[in-house]
Design a protein around this ligand. Structure first.
Ligand SMILES: *Cc1c(COP(=O)(O)O)cnc(C)c1O
Length: 225
């Protein structure tokens, strides 16, 4: 596993997707998802030039944080149980999985600085997926104004598990349109400029549809050890 070579490949694909869609590659942040791999592999990613790491369990963040500290920008990308907020709150910069008020209340209570949050949206409407239904997102975000430690930086989604490019594109486009709707309100507590979408198998399509954060695990750092 040579993370640096994978990264070079991925950067090339990002450049291609940006060229196709008339975007600037600087608008796209790569989050290396290290949930399957060791701390030393995460370190290899940092050495290769990665600045953002994503984990989906509190244990994963704590273990890697104890070695890497606050050098990387840390993203919590998984379902977050309310009772686990206190374990990670002073270790993370972004939480991508805001989907209910009780979670927001706990984050707001425990945080000692503003936490950058993304609201998770279940665009595809699949039963098995976490996140708010699209039609509830705007009302939900309006309720977040009162929480002084919460900043709504954007929206996040997981695409359906399919290779049907049209279905993927549809999902990403819908999230972008929703983001544009929220952004148009110009709430100061919800700049909502970020679109966290796209993983190893679909990040090029996500970027063509406007992703500003891609969450890449397998294709970048692998999925063994
Ligand atoms: C695991 C995971 C990823 C990365 O998945 P890959 O297919 O390995 O790139 C991205 N986002 C979330 C929320 C994940 O849980």
């Amino acid at each position: 596993m040579k993370v640096a070579i994978n990264l070079e490949n991925i950067r090339q694909q990002i450049n291609d997707a940006c060229k196709k869609s008339n975007r600037n590659p600087n608008e796209v942040t790569i989050i290396a998802v290290t949930k399957y791999v060791s701390t030393s592999r995460a370190k290899e990613a940092l050495d290769a030039g990665i600045e953002n790491l994503g984990e989906n369990r509190d244990e994963g963040i704590l273990e890697k944080w104890s070695v890497l500290g606050d050098k990387p920008v840390w993203h919590f990308i998984g379902t977050l149980q309310t009772r686990k907020v206190k374990n990670i709150i002073d270790k993370v910069d972004y939480i991508h999985s805001i989907d209910r008020l009780s979670l927001v209340e706990e984050i707001n209570k425990r945080a000692t600085k503003k936490i950058k949050c993304l609201v998770q949206v279940n665009v595809s409407g699949e039963e098995s997926k976490h996140g708010l239904e699209s039609e509830n997102v705007l009302d939900f975000i309006k309720q977040l104004q009162e929480f002084e430690n919460i900043s709504v930086e954007g929206l996040m989604t997981m695409a359906p598990l399919t290779e049907d490019e049209r279905a993927l594109r549809d999902c990403f486009r819908k999230l972008r349109e929703l983001r544009d709707q929220v952004q148009a309100f110009q709430f100061d507590f919800a700049p909502c400029s970020e679109l966290s979408m796209g993983m190893s198998n679909d990040f090029s399509i996500a970027i063509e549809e406007g992703a500003t954060m891609v969450r890449i695990g397998t294709a970048l750092v692998g999925d063994d050890e």
